[in-house]
Design a protein around this ligand. Structure first.
Ligand SMILES: Cc1cc2nc3c(=O)[nH]c(=O)nc-3n(C[C@H](O)[C@H](O)[C@H](O)COP(=O)(O)OP(=O)(O)OC[C@H]3O[C@@H](n4cnc5c(N)ncnc54)[C@H](O)[C@@H]3O)c2cc1C
Length: 342
């Protein structure tokens, strides 16, 4: 069920389209496990289905002594995490591969890349239908009621008619609304409550975009809700700056053009060629976060709610980054939860 007339109208179309390697996440976290497996599965899937992708590689750069220490830690974390190809790049080499990037130390992740998320979702929908699945668009789930041997689902069709149907298994992957969907099943849990963390993007003028070949990320700040404003080339060779991170109360995708100066300043630390005239507001996305501002790491929640008296209700909550990279691995995990119930 999808409440919009088509797939991917929310977060899955409003992101950086990066295939992450798994550098940042804590050991034993679901984010790490699904990112590592998802990275491999996603490249294979793109290859098998002719979906455009590019192993651009990613640079993470430090611009002073303080950041160098954090970069060293990040290198250790990445290697411990199993990102075997992560390397410390000599500065001379950095200057050869990205002559316009200013840094004092750098990491290089060859297995980070970018891909065409729209074609990916289109292919997933096509594969699902080919295997006998049906997608009900314009269909909004409004309530989940426990009944004998499953659930009664109340839905609104095309914003008008309401009806119900029964299902033994319900998989709630409602993105920004997954917590509210869980509430309709009676799970009003504080630990499931999502906080919205918005990320705006600005687009770089083509003349400056042509100076960058790789994904270029700063060292993330511990208090940040994202990975720091980075340079993300897309498959057409265009480059975006962002996303930043700002907790918001409402879902509103308007971009605050007044942020241009802050974006410029943030990127100027490692890419001095960018001026205010080079950037224009582009898109934005909203992260469905479990942690509030300044709070520590929270993992994906992916669980069968059997122990809460709701067997066969599988909740996916807080599927923020690296959710796209991890998607095929998450699907396997969910399939594993569903199989014993069938
Ligand atoms: C700024 C930003 C940058 C990111 N960059 C990256 C990146 O580079 N790499 C990466 O791996 N990840 C990235 N992510 C994370 C990634 O985009 C998400 O983890 C992923 O897209 C989440 O997919 P989803 O299917 O869980 O949610 P969604 O794509 O939001 O899908 C949920 C769907 O459920 C539908 N829905 C909700 N409630 C109902 C209801 N009651 N009835 C019917 N339908 C309903 C919605 O309409 C929606 O279509 C980024 C996220 C953001 C915000």
């Amino acid at each position: 069920m999808e409440k919009y007339p088509s797939f991917g109208q929310e977060t899955s179309s409003r992101n950086s389209e990066v295939i992450h390697a798994g550098i940042y996440y804590p050991l034993d976290s679901l984010k790490l496990k699904t990112c590592l497996e998802g990275n491999r599965l996603l490249y294979e899937f793109c290859q098998a289905h002719n979906i455009l992708f590019k192993r651009t590689g990613k640079l993470i750069i430090a611009i002073n002594k303080e950041e160098e220490k954090d970069l060293e830690q990040l290198f250790k974390r990445g290697r411990e995490n199993g990102v075997k190809d992560l390397e410390q790049l000599p500065i001379a080499k950095l200057h050869t591969v990205e002559p316009h990037i200013k840094a004092t130390a750098a990491l290089f992740s060859p297995s980070t890349g970018i891909f065409d998320t729209h074609s990916y979702m289109k292919q997933l929908a096509a594969s699902f239908k080919k295997d006998g699945g049906q997608i009900a668009y314009n269909t909004e789930l409004t309530k989940i009621t426990k009944i004998n041997n499953g659930y009664e689902l109340s839905v609104i069709d095309n914003g008008k008619e309401s009806f119900t149907f029964d299902s033994r298994i319900v998989i709630n992957c409602g993105g920004l609304h997954a917590d509210k969907v869980a509430v309709t099943a009676g799970l009003a849990l504080e630990e499931y409550r999502l906080k919205y963390c918005k990320g705006d993007y600005f687009r770089l003028a083509p003349a400056k975009a042509s100076l960058i070949k790789h994904l270029v990320y700063p060292v993330p700040k511990p208090s940040s809700g994202g990975l720091g404003i980075h340079l993300t080339p897309d498959l057409s060779g265009s480059v975006r700056l962002g996303p930043d991170d700002e907790y918001v109360k409402e879902i509103d995708y308007n971009i605050n053009a007044a942020k241009a100066a802050a974006f410029c300043e943030s990127v100027n630390g490692f890419f001095p060629k960018v001026t205010l005239e080079d950037i224009t507001p582009d898109t934005s996305g909203i992260r469905p976060k479990l942690q509030g501002p300044g709070e520590g790491f929270r993992d994906f929640i992916i669980r069968n709610e059997e122990d809460r008296g709701l067997p066969g209700l599988i909740n996916l909550i807080g599927i923020e980054s690296p959710g796209l990279t991890a998607s095929l691995s998450i699907a396997r995990l969910v399939a594993g939860l569903v199989k014993p119930i069938l």
